[in-house]
Write a protein that binds this ligand. Sequence first.
Ligand code: PMV
Length: 326
Amino acid sequence: MITSSAPGKIILFGEHAVVYNRPALAVPVMQVHVDVEILASSRAGIWIDAPAVNLHAEIRTLPSNHPIASVINNLLSLFRISPLPPLEIKITSTIPVASGLGSGAAVSVALIRALSRALSEIEGASIVHPLSDEQVNHLAYEIEKIHHGTPSGIDNTVITYAKPVYFIKNPSAADNWDTGGKIETFKVGVPFTIVIGDTGIPAPTKEAVSDVRRLWRMHQIHWESIFDEIGQISLMARRAIESGRPDMLGELMDHNHAFLQQMTVSSPELDRLVDAARKGGALGAKMSGGGRGGNMIALVTPDLAEPVTRSMQEAGAKNVIITKVE
Ligand code: PMV
């Protein structure tokens, strides 16, 4: 049996502005993950069992643009393998779908790593295992395009490397391994605690991204200057994290959230959880990811994690995760 796992992620700063080439910061969330198991099968074909998305099917019965089928088909053609080897693939996940925690990218990354190993063991396979992180990231980015349309590449990047990343989309990246952007990993000077609250409302990132695009088209000068300010926030946040001053992040989160509200990508439910976190004692809070639903994050001192969690639950959080960034 071959296994592989990939973590979830949160965007700390810079979502949406990152689509317009401003920097964003994201960190992995190890408390949630996707796990993939691959076994040789006694029946013909590649069988996929993914209960979290209610998928139990043989690959040839899936539409060709299905994200999981696309991962598998892309790898089969990369490894020049045909006919289909008989495999059973089981995908389990504790990452809620369409909630800004990177479930789609985590499925892609874990599946690419497990399947590339399984395929490399087949006679005649034309690729060397293991794939480099850069190759995994590139393949996962191709699948993000199916999920999101015009993804920046931040989700696949932070999940592939499973480290904090400072990310700038690079539209001119036309090399062999286009992963969506320029990646810098950075050091966390002093660990800090984030409380993640789920509105329980699934929200497709694609729609929020295209609504922001519409606003930008109408008033480009205005939105470009807001994206500049968000880019500055991401840069200041990176410096605060690296220099061991995470306490400075709270105010930056509040500012970033206000800009996201102006972009219309927050929602009453997200705002309610953000307010509740601040009232409960958080140093700052903001929505995280595409918005309109999904998750928000709050910066807390460790002793305030519990009261802030309670305050968010009372305000309607469907699930809360406490995570340490280190
Ligand atoms: O909803 P998520 O967590 O996948 O985040 C999307 C982040 C955006 O900046 C809104 C879009 C992107 O491609 O970067």
